[in-house]
Design a binder for this molecule. Structure first.
Ligand SMILES: Nc1ncnc2c1ncn2[C@@H]1O[C@H](COP(=O)(O)OP(=O)(O)O)[C@@H](O)[C@H]1O
Ligand SMILES: [Mg+2]
Length: 286
């Protein structure tokens, strides 16, 4: 079976497509597990969701964000504060795999959890065994399970865990894809989207940070719907595209000074086109 992401809105690169094909082709050696590494904003979590969509497993999509304070015991059945028995994450996943169809589990940002977690999950990936009440085990149907583990690379992964997973390294999305996603999300124009990506990259160079697609989207929406002048747009730039507290440095940068007026001209023409559209609309109503 092939895993086709085209209808999910996610845009996989060729390496991602190959990794998914490789995963689906695996047979009978424990769970299919993909370790996706890469910087924040490279699409790791979005990939897990897209896979769940593509496998029609939205109802059987199990997600957990790991933290340094996450308790290993909560992945199995445990006693809650009120003394009731609560189902752990792995119990829920194991139960879901008893039903027909695929189950997808996402262990997000494994690098934030202590190394000992990797041993815990490794055993499960190999045997599917989830301890329940004393002396009882539940078995995960590993043939119908896909596990995505993500990592931002805050720490090294343990050897055995690495060896167990098909690995995929995510690179930063291309300029082209960023423009396309921004255009889809803001419904502005390709030109405004492209200039915004350029502007964000220029700010990144000064600040030595990475601006996310979310920040660019918020910035462009503010420019389009709130800003009424170039001065307003400078404020939006400082607020969304800058991380440090020296706005003057960024606003003085050659690239930023070049792009801002071009972007404002484009935004103004979009705003004018819309207000004209609105008045034509009124005219016909009259
Ligand atoms: N290849 C892609 N196709 C579609 N959207 C993407 C892609 N890569 C990233 N995104 C979008 O970029 C944003 C950040 O992605 P996310 O999955 O949260 O990154 P990460 O988990 O790696 O930090 C999300 O809005 C996501 O939908
Ligand atoms: Mg993420």
């Amino acid at each position: 079976m092939m895993l086709d992401l085209t209808r999910t809105g996610y845009r996989p690169n060729p390496e991602t497509i190959q990794a998914l094909n490789s995963l689906m082709a695996q047979k009978g050696s424990g769970a299919r597990a993909l370790l996706v590494t890469g910087e924040a904003g490279t699409g790791k979590t979005a990939l897990a969701e897209a896979i769940a969509d593509a496998l029609e497993a939205r109802e059987r999509y199990y997600y957990v964000q790991l933290h340094s304070w996450t308790e290993g015991a909560k992945f199995f059945d445990y006693q809650s504060g009120s003394g009731d028995s609560e189902k752990g994450f792995l119990t829920k996943v194991a139960e879901a795999t008893q039903k027909t169809g695929w189950t997808v589990a996402c262990l997000d940002e494994m690098d934030k959890a202590p190394e000992s977690f990797e041993a815990l999950f490794l055993d499960w990936l190999q045997t599917g065994r989830v301890p329940g009440k004393p002396g009882e085990h539940l078995y995960t149907n590993l043939d119908r399970l896909l596990v995505l583990v993500t990592s931002n690379g805050m720490r090294e992964h343990t050897e055995p865990f690495m060896r167990r997973c098909r690995r995929l390294r995510m690179e930063r999305m291309s300029h082209e894809l960023a423009v396309e996603l921004l255009f889809t999300r803001t419904k502005t124009s390709e030109k405004a989207s492209s200039l915004t990506v350029d502007l964000a990259h220029a700010c990144e160079r000064v600040d030595e940070t990475v601006i996310s697609l979310h920040e660019m989207t918020q910035f462009l929406n503010e420019a389009r719907h709130v800003c009424q002048s170039l001065v307003d747009m400078k404020a939006a730039t400082v607020a969304w595209l800058m991380r440090r507290d020296e706005p003057e440095n960024i606003l003085r940068s050659f690239e930023v000074q070049r792009i801002l007026p071009l972007l404002w001209a484009e935004i103004e023409s979009l705003q004018q086109a819309q207000s004209l559209g609105v008045s034509t609309c009124y005219a016909t109503v009259d």
